[in-house]
Structure formats: structure tokens, C-alpha cells
Design a binder for this molecule. Structure first.
Ligand code: HEC
Length: 103
């Protein structure tokens, strides 16, 4: 009986490790994709749509930490994203919206 379990486990381990499946690496965050699905509806693909009172992101002067806070807490017509996006995703989005500013 002991061998049965040991062998069954070995078989399970072997099958789950074998094969040519791509290893499940942690999902890389694509800030642009996130922005387009979560933010562009109000802010537009270039940050300047200004729908429902959204501010033009290219004109924003907020510091990164303030942007992170605003994404988490929301403001005015902007919904809070805390809990819907991870810390890492929010930080990546903050970096991304800063790229809309004139360099
Ligand atoms: C439902 C529409 C809506 C969505 C979706 C939305 N926003 Fe906003 N956003 C707004 C509005 C409205 C404001 C202006 C809030 C205010 O100051 O009253 C704003 C303001 C901002 C600001 C501050 C600009 C400044 O300088 O004051 C940032 C940064 C921002 N949004 C980023 C984002 C990001 C990143 C996302 C996606 C995670 C997002 N927004 C999704 C409506 C939206």
C-alpha cells in the first residue's frame, strides 16, 4: 500500500513537471494594456480625452505617490481602484501616465 501511494505520487509529480508546457512565470505587467482597459475610457488613449471631468494627464503635475493615491482612492468622478488592481499594477500605471507629460 505504501508503495502504491509513493508510486502514485511520483507519477503525479512526474506528469506535472514533465511535458513541454511553458512554466507559469508570474504574469508580467503590461501598463499600457491596463491603462487602455481601466483608464482610457475617461482619460483617452493619450491621457487627454477629459471625459466626465477627467483631468488631462499630460497637464498633471502630481507626484508619483500622489498619483498612486488617487488611483487607489479615486477622486470626484474617478472610481477607486484599490482592491481591483494590485500595488504593482497601480505603481506601473502611475509610471505610465507620467509618460503622457511633455518631456
Ligand atoms: C470613470 C472615469 C475615470 C476612470 C475610469 C479613470 N479616471 Fe482618472 N480621473 C477621472 C476624473 C473625473 C478625474 C479628476 C478628478 C478630480 O480632480 O475631480 C481624474 C483624475 C486623474 C488623475 C489626476 C490628474 C491631476 O493632475 O489631478 C490621474 C493621475 C488619473 N486620473 C489617473 C487615472 C488612471 C491611472 C486610471 C486607470 C487606473 C484612471 N484615472 C481611471 C476620471 C476617471
Amino acid at each position: 500500500m505504501k508503495c502504491f501511494f509513493a508510486c502514485a505520487m511520483a507519477a503525479v509529480l512526474w506528469t506535472s513537471c514533465g511535458g513541454n508546457e511553458t512554466p507559469k512565470a508570474p504574469q508580467a505587467i503590461n501598463a499600457q494594456d491596463l491603462y487602455l482597459t481601466r483608464c482610457a475610457g475617461c482619460h483617452g488613449t493619450d491621457g487627454n480625452l477629459q471625459l466626465s471631468g477627467a483631468k488631462a494627464l499630460s497637464a498633471s503635475t502630481l507626484k508619483k505617490e500622489d498619483i498612486v493615491n488617487q488611483i487607489k482612492m479615486g477622486k470626484g468622478n474617478m472610481p477607486p481602484f484599490d482592491g481591483r488592481l494590485s500595488e504593482t499594477e497601480i505603481a506601473a500605471l502611475a509610471d505610465y501616465v507620467i509618460t503622457f507629460r511633455a518631456k
